[in-house]
Each structure stands twice: as structure tokens, then as C-alpha cells.
Write a protein that binds this ligand. Structure first.
Ligand SMILES: C[S@@+](CC[C@H](N)C(=O)[O-])C[C@H]1O[C@@H](n2cnc3c(N)ncnc32)[C@H](O)[C@@H]1O
Length: 187
């Protein structure tokens, strides 16, 4: 499960002025909230930061004041994303950093296009950082695709933008002015 926010807090970013909102599928959010509630390490972190978690069991949300929220959202359904923005009063006028790590490859690429188009049109200043698998066609990619298929989580979103140059296209087509793409080797 994604641990970025907890690591940032642990590493001394707690006094920085930003709001962190994590979205995932309902089933995963449920499991994660359960883990957060039962983890001694996390409750010690909350104590240290003087944060009191509040749970809204009904719509499967956990919040820590204005600092952190985890909520359910199927990102393939734009209406759910819009609803989350409204419900959690996300202000599209503020600079917003969208971060996805190995998520978009599991979603149909047309639906990701809709999502990126929406972000671009509705947020005044949006940065998107995305880390994904690419190139399903070479020998390595074929094996990777097969492995994910066999595990029951097929990479349905990998085919529309297969190569590095297509990643630029994906974002520029959806209105983003600057795109940079690196392979892990470049990094
Ligand atoms: C490989 S995990 C990576 C998650 C995280 N970056 C981490 O380090 O643990 C893929 C994540 O994407 C989520 N996911 C897949 N399809 C999704 C969708 N349609 N909407 C929201 N989240 C989705 C999965 O539930 C899972 O948590």
C-alpha cells in the first residue's frame, strides 16, 4: 500500500503547508483504513504530530484535519472524481500536484484521457507526475503483460500509448503545455 504521505511526515515535512489526498478503489481504502487504525507505528506518528484521525465509516473516508485524507474513488469513472473534488472541497485554484505510481496502466487509456483532460481544464495550475510501465511489445513487455494477466490485474491501459514518444502525446493532447518523459534508466 502507498506510504508516501506517512514517509513524508516521518521525514520532517509535517510543517509544510500542503494538503494530501489519496484516492484508491473502495476495497483497498477499506483495508488501508483498517491498517492505519491498527498500526502502532502510525499511531505513534499521529501522537508525535499531534494529529487526531477522524473516520467517516459510511463513505469510507479517513481524515487528519486538513493535512491528509484517504477516500474511495474509481478513477475510471470521472463522475466519481468530480464528486470527490466537491465533497472534500479541493480548491482547483491552488497549485495541485497529481501523483500516480503504477495506477493508470490498470485503467482504460480513453478513461485516463478523460481524467487528464478534466484536470487540465479545471485546475488553474496542475502538475502530473506519473510512473508507469510502457512498451508492451518487446520481449520483456510481452512477458510483463502476460504476468499481470495471469495475476488477474491486466494492464489494460498500456496499449494506447506504448512508447516514450506517445507519453508526450498523451499529455499534450490533453492540454498540458510541458511534458518531460524519462525511462528509469535515464533517471
Ligand atoms: C501497483 S498498485 C500501486 C499503488 C501505490 N503506488 C503503491 O506504491 O502501493 C496499483 C494501485 O492502483 C489502484 N487502482 C487500480 N485501478 C484503479 C482505479 N480504477 N481507480 C483507483 N485506483 C485504482 C489499485 O487499487 C492499487 O492500489
Amino acid at each position: 500500500m502507498e506510504t508516501l504521505w506517512f514517509n513524508l511526515m516521518d521525514q520532517g515535512f509535517a510543517d509544510k503547508n500542503f494538503r494530501f489526498i489519496e484516492l484508491d478503489l473502495d476495497m483497498v481504502v477499506k483495508r488501508k483504513i483498517k491498517k492505519i487504525k491498527s498500526s502502532k507505528k502510525i499511531s505513534q506518528l499521529f501522537e508525535r504530530l499531534q494529529l487526531k484521525p477522524s473516520f467517516a465509516e459510511q463513505n469510507n473516508t479517513l481524515s487528519l484535519g486538513d493535512k491528509y485524507t484517504i477516500a474511495s474513488c474509481d478513477l475510471s469513472d470521472l463522475s466519481q472524481f468530480r464528486q470527490v473534488i466537491d465533497e472534500h472541497k479541493i480548491n482547483p485554484k491552488l497549485p495541485t500536484f497529481f501523483y500516480a505510481e503504477c495506477v493508470l496502466s490498470y485503467i482504460n487509456a480513453d478513461q485516463v484521457d478523460d481524467l487528464m483532460g478534466f484536470i487540465n481544464q479545471n485546475f488553474n495550475l496542475a502538475f502530473v507526475f506519473d510512473y508507469e510501465m510502457y512498451n508492451p511489445s518487446d520481449r520483456f513487455g510481452q512477458m510483463m503483460v502476460k504476468n499481470f494477466d495471469q495475476r488477474g490485474c491486466p494492464l489494460v491501459g498500456i496499449y494506447k500509448y506504448q512508447e516514450i514518444r506517445h507519453q508526450h502525446e498523451r499529455y499534450s493532447k490533453n492540454g498540458f503545455k510541458n511534458t518531460e518523459v524519462y525511462t528509469m534508466k535515464d533517471v
